[in-house]
Ligand binder design. Structure first.
Ligand code: GLN
Length: 188
């Protein structure tokens, strides 16, 4: 199974390693054309406004088509890109998940932290780095992980977004969950 990792900027290599450990064949996507040959895509953390700039208008259009049609997992900046609405400041979203996210929502002091959250009702370590907060979850979007009272990972069909960085924890469960979605199309 070929899984793409958007490799324009940010921590794409940690995703590559984790996905390869789990048996996926990984394509580092640097050009929009590479989206054609993959079964699913991971959009890593980084700076969402920089992704939009680097992609340019054509790249954004191509990525938008992909994320509306194929399994995609966005983490942190990637989650911001998948949203319908982005605040602080307002920014274009690809609209694959009906959520509102607020960028850099935890302020300077708490901008990076490791916390314990719940993933499918089991405890799991979560690494947050200048994380966005999911402020609104649309009615057909399922919350699959929480931290305190906050939804931190959501899913609709085969589209997944997490505000934390599962690639930085030594735990394969989240990536395995995504690979399962890609391969068996579990829709819940
Ligand atoms: N603060 C970044 C943004 O707004 C996201 C941070 C991250 O991906 N670690 O795009």
């Amino acid at each position: 199974m070929k899984i793409g990792v958007l490799a324009l900027q940010g921590d794409f290599d940690a995703h590559r390693r984790r996905l390869e450990e789990l048996g996926a064949e990984v394509v580092l996507v640097k050009k929009p054309e590479q989206l054609d040959g993959i079964a699913g895509l991971v959009i890593p953390g980084g700076e969402s406004s920089t992704f939009l700039k680097l992609l340019g208008e054509d790249g954004v259009a191509k990525l938008k088509d992909f994320v509306h049609a194929k399994p995609t997992f966005g983490t942190c900046a990637g989650a911001i890109l998948l949203a319908t609405e982005v605040e602080n400041p307002k920014q274009a979203g690809l609209g694959a998940l009906d959520i509102t996210v607020r960028r850099n929502a935890y302020g300077r002091q708490a901008d990076s932290s490791i916390r314990e959250g719940q993933f499918l009702n089991d405890p799991i370590e979560m690494v947050f780095i200048r994380a966005p907060r999911i402020e609104r979850v649309g009615k057909d979007v399922e919350v699959v992980a929480t931290e305190g009272r906050d939804p931190v990972m959501v899913r609709k069909g085969k589209t997944l977004a997490a505000t934390f960085h599962p690639e930085l924890s030594d735990d394969p469960r989240i990536h395995r969950y995504f690979l399962d979605l890609v391969s068996n199309g579990k829709r819940g």
